[in-house]
Write a new protein. Structure first.
Length: 71
């Protein structure tokens, strides 16, 4: 594994919902102090879902993958 060869300690975490923390983040975004990075957007369709899932499985998406019903 790349992280072990490079002696990098990497791990995943799951976040619990926290309304107060989400509000702080929303305020940062509103004041242009935080920017969300979007990798790409796919339409809310069978093909779009497959494409988004395919990109997700590559682990090469830089930013969030968005499924949008207005794409």
């Amino acid at each position: 594994m790349f992280s072990k060869r490079k002696q990098i300690n990497a791990k995943g975490i799951w976040l619990d919902e926290n309304g107060e923390q989400l509000q702080v983040l929303a305020d940062y975004m509103k004041n242009d102090q935080l920017k969300s990075v979007l990798a790409t957007s796919y339409p809310l369709s069978q093909k779009g879902i497959y494409q988004a899932h395919e990109l997700s499985e590559t682990n090469h998406a830089v930013g969030k993958i968005v499924i949008d019903n207005e794409s």
